[in-house]
Design a protein around this ligand. Structure first.
Ligand code: GSH
Length: 285
């Protein structure tokens, strides 16, 4: 009996040893696979939520299920009050600690190109360099910018009205960019003094701006050639053209009262389904 128990127990023991070896084996193969696919890379993306350049990187990461920690900065942090009309705070803090510049996005990671470290940077700046790096590191096959003149013309044409509508509203979004009143003060100083932007005047002109933007959005509907399945600028699916355009459309979602053609609205909503960054549709003002 005892012998029977002993032999059964030894059989169980051998069985569980085999099982744990197989599990360990599987784990190690999985780890290698993750390494080969680049899935084990650890990233931190430093952003302003309202920044269209930052959103390019977030689209690239989100669409390809690449995990990252998102660090959002107050917009006034790192601006020197001495040269910013008394606005800003912590002139050596925030983004300045990453690259020396007050400029985001910056991607921090454990296997970035050597030149990043040679420059003394904590991470990789420049939205398109970040996108290009991620594509190479994760073997992402995304169609390049097709260089469409119609899209470029549309973006150029709508820019003044886009700015007129979004600048006064963006600073009202409930995002960490504006968690300190000094963040808003810096933004207002920057756009008024450097770009001659008149917040009160543009707010007053809202009805005219909305009418104009509605007609631009109608035009944009006609530029969307990918209308079956995934909605995209080009019929072959989402690509760099979309990565460049969608952040501006997301910014526009902070404006209440626009008439979004259904296809354009779905284009924006679908694109941000997998991203950490959300649209502003539900808090538009
Ligand atoms: N060329 C850069 C531009 C990035 C950029 O302009 N970022 C803006 C936010 S949208 C910024 O950091 N501005 C800081 C400031 O003006 O204080 C890129 O593509 O990443």
């Amino acid at each position: 009996m005892l012998g029977g128990i002993a032999s059964t127990s030894s059989a169980n023991c051998n069985g569980s040893t085999k099982l744990s070896k197989s599990v360990a084996n599987l784990e190690s193969r999985l780890a290698n696979l993750e390494k080969d696919l680049g899935l084990n890379k650890k990233y931190k993306l430093h952003v302003y939520d309202h920044c269209p350049f930052c959103i390019r990187a977030e689209l690239m990461l989100g669409w390809h299920d690449i995990e990252y920690e998102r660090v959002v900065y107050g917009y006034g942090q790192g601006a020197d009050p001495a040269v910013c009309g008394g606005t800003g705070y912590g002139p050596t803090d925030g983004p300045r600690k990453l690259t020396g510049f007050k400029m985001l996005p910056v991607l921090e990671g454990d296997s970035l190109p050597q030149y990043v470290y040679d420059k003394g940077f904590v991470g990789l700046p420049e939205s398109l360099e970040i996108c290009a790096y991620l594509m190479a590191a994760h073997e992402i096959h995304l169609p390049c910018d097709a260089g469409r003149d119609d899209v470029a013309d549309w973006r150029k044409k709508m820019k003044p009205v886009h700015s007129a509508l979004t600048r006064p509203r963006n600073i009202q979004m409930k995002i960490d960019d504006w968690k300190d009143p000094r963040d808003v003060a810096y933004a207002q100083w920057k756009y008024s003094s450097k770009f001659g932007f008149d917040y009160a005047k543009e707010m007053e002109a809202t009805p005219a701006h909305i009418a104009q933007m509605n007609s631009y959005l109608e035009e944009l509907d006609g530029l969307l050639r990918g209308r079956e399945g995934t909605i995209s600028l080009n019929p072959w699916g989402l690509g760099m053209d979309d990565i460049k355009l969608l952040p501006d459309l997301r910014t526009l979602t902070c404006v209440k009262g626009l008439t979004w053609p259904p296809m354009v609205q779905a284009y924006v909503e679908n694109a941000f389904e997998k991203t950490v960054a959300d649209t502003y549709f539900n808090q538009a003002v």
